[in-house]
Design a protein around this ligand. Structure first.
Ligand code: HEC
Length: 161
């Protein structure tokens, strides 16, 4: 029994050691490859984004998720200003569309796409209290379809990676 444990330990050890350098080299190479591949895919996704999606986001999302906020007249009211400022800060810390795709965020570029899909599907974005004041920022059904298509195609491209 003890001998068996000893043998297992020995074998394990030598495997562990022998493989360590090898596999970490492999990981490095794979990471580098992935990074390069991803970069190309991100560029593709971004070119579609610039062409089809950005104008929609500029209209419906940029007021909160970018540094290009167009402030409404009531922004000058003291308490309103604070509420709006903190909303924008919060929105931008989650997702900042200012510099195109991949977006600046606290998550991966892939998860950002998924959460955008979710926010469009469940109509949680743009927030309803915002749309109450900015009816013109509402997304049309065809705009929603465009965004969903873009997300779907982008996720597929990332998946095939
Ligand atoms: C009135 C401001 C406002 C507008 C306009 C707005 N958002 Fe948001 N968004 C927020 C805030 C605040 C949060 C963070 C709190 C939350 O999740 O509700 C958020 C969070 C999100 C999240 C979740 C991010 C995460 O990591 O959890 C997504 C996705 C998102 N917004 C997408 C959009 C899209 C797409 C649009 C435009 C179609 C949009 N938002 C328009 C304020 C806004």
């Amino acid at each position: 029994m003890i001998l068996l444990v000893f043998i297992i330990l020995m074998v394990n050890n030598s495997w562990g050691h022998g493989n360590e350098k090898h596999s970490s080299d492999k990981v490095m190479n794979k990471e580098k490859k992935d990074l390069f591949k991803n970069k190309l895919i991100y560029e593709k996704i971004n070119s579609q984004y610039l062409k089809k999606i950005k104008p929609i986001f500029q209209k419906s999302c940029f007021d909160c998720h970018s540094s290009r906020t167009v402030f409404p007249w009531y922004y000058s009211l003291p308490i309103v200003k604070q509420v709006i400022d903190s909303d924008i800060k919060e929105a931008k810390s989650h997702l900042d569309f200012s510099n195109n795709y991949p977006f600046k965020s606290h998550d991966t570029p892939e998860n950002d796409l998924k959460s955008i899909m979710k926010s469009i599907s469940d109509a949680s974005m743009p927030p309803s209290q915002y749309l109450f004041f900015h009816g013109d920022k509402k997304m049309s059904d065809s705009e929603k379809t465009k965004v969903k298509e873009w997300v779907k195609n982008s996720l597929k491209a990332l998946d095939q990676n």
